[in-house]
Design a protein around this ligand. Structure first.
Ligand code: TYM
Length: 321
């Protein structure tokens, strides 16, 4: 089994990324797993080059500080040549309709002028990330499931049309923390690229910022604390606390008599959960030489593991030497 997953430096790492993804990468990480900072994916909408570089470094530091094994980590653009070639081959395996059907594309393209073509083709690059490395298990949150299904469809189509090169990947969803919602607008998922960050807890936020955001979280008008997915604001707080303590949200709800008490408990649990990650990441960011070393070693390993598949795929489609 090879697990692989990525995170896009389109903003600062937030609590949903940590609870839904990074934390599990650290806990499950086996010797063949790969986790990466998908910086090429952060260019599908207008971006600032210097900010992209800084955010990629931040994410690399957060992954290491969160306990993801350093030897499993790489930065996507260090494999730009392999991934670019494989993306092209896979784009020639994918129909326009399949790409245009992606929910995330429809949401992000809606009402926007000058949509970059890469916003449409981004799930194909994601398929290349997965298929290049022969990944079988792709731990992601609910929002990425459709993209992993596309990768699977493309792998199957390529293998039956041209010859067996790719392993069949599947999405693996977390039990808890699969969908952390925005604290200020619980109808939306928490997102690092949200325009308004009042309801987004960032992993590098100082404890007092975390407390402030949690205390201002939107709940509902009911006075008793109960777990009811139809009440998204309070359900979100209970799910966050449950994800931090390893309990079920219903169990957690039974302990609280008021939302004020619940919010205090959520704030403290989040602060303590994030503390070692924040402190470790800040230390690493102050040591660019160490970060560069991790990045270089990861790039070499990932390229060595994956490049034979792009060579094989090119040969089978009638290209390459
Ligand atoms: P990204 O950067 O949007 O998110 C990284 C991971 O965090 C999860 N996540 C959440 N989980 C719970 N609650 C939330 N509010 C929340 N927000 C984000 C995501 O599901 C994801 O697991 N395209 C991907 C990165 C990527 C990738 C890949 C993943 C690029 N190539 C190949 C897997 C395989 C992305 O933008 O994730």
């Amino acid at each position: 089994m090879t697990r692989l997953s990525g995170i896009t430096p389109s903003g600062h790492v937030q609590l949903g990324n940590y609870l839904g993804a990074i934390r599990r990468w650290a806990a499950d990480g086996g010797p063949d797993d790969l986790y990466f900072v998908s910086d090429l994916h952060a260019m599908t909408t207008a971006h600032n080059p210097a900010r992209l570089r800084a955010l990629a470094a931040e994410q690399l530091a957060v992954l290491v500080a969160a306990g993801v094994p350093a030897e499993s980590i790489f930065v996507q653009s260090d494999l730009a040549r392999e991934l670019g070639a494989l993306t092209w081959v896979l784009e020639c395996t994918c129909s326009y309709g399949e790409a245009a059907r992606m929910i995330q594309f429809k949401e992000k393209a809606k009402g926007r002028a000058g949509v970059r073509l890469s916003l449409l083709t981004y799930p194909v690059l994601m398929a290349a990330d997965i298929l290049l490395q022969g990944a079988t298990d792709v731990p992601v949150g609910e929002d990425q499931r459709q993209h992993v299904e596309l990768a699977r469809a493309l792998a199957r189509r390529f293998n039956t049309t041209y010859g067996e090169v790719f392993a069949m990947p599947r999405a693996v969803l977390p039990v808890a923390g699969a969908r952390v919602r925005d604290l200020a607008d619980p109808r939306r998922k928490m997102s690092k690229s949200a325009g308004d960050s009042a309801g987004v807890v960032f992993v590098l936020d100082e404890p007092d910022q975390v407390r402030r955001k949690v205390r201002r979280a939107v709940t509902d008008t009911a006075t008793e604390v109960a777990y009811d997915p139809q009440r998204p604001g309070s359900a979100n707080l209970l799910e966050i606390l449950a994800a931090c303590t390893g309990e079920a949200p219903e169990e957690v709800a039974a302990r609280f008599g008021s939302y004020a008490e619940l919010k205090d408990a959520v704030a403290e649990a989040v602060v303590e959960t994030l503390r070692p990650v924040r402190e470790g990441a800040r230390e690493l960011l102050a040591d660019p030489a160490e970060l560069a070393r991790v990045r270089k070693a990861g790039a070499a390993r990932a390229a060595e593991r994956g490049s034979h598949r792009v060579d094989a795929a090119l040969r089978l489609v009638g290209a390459g030497g």
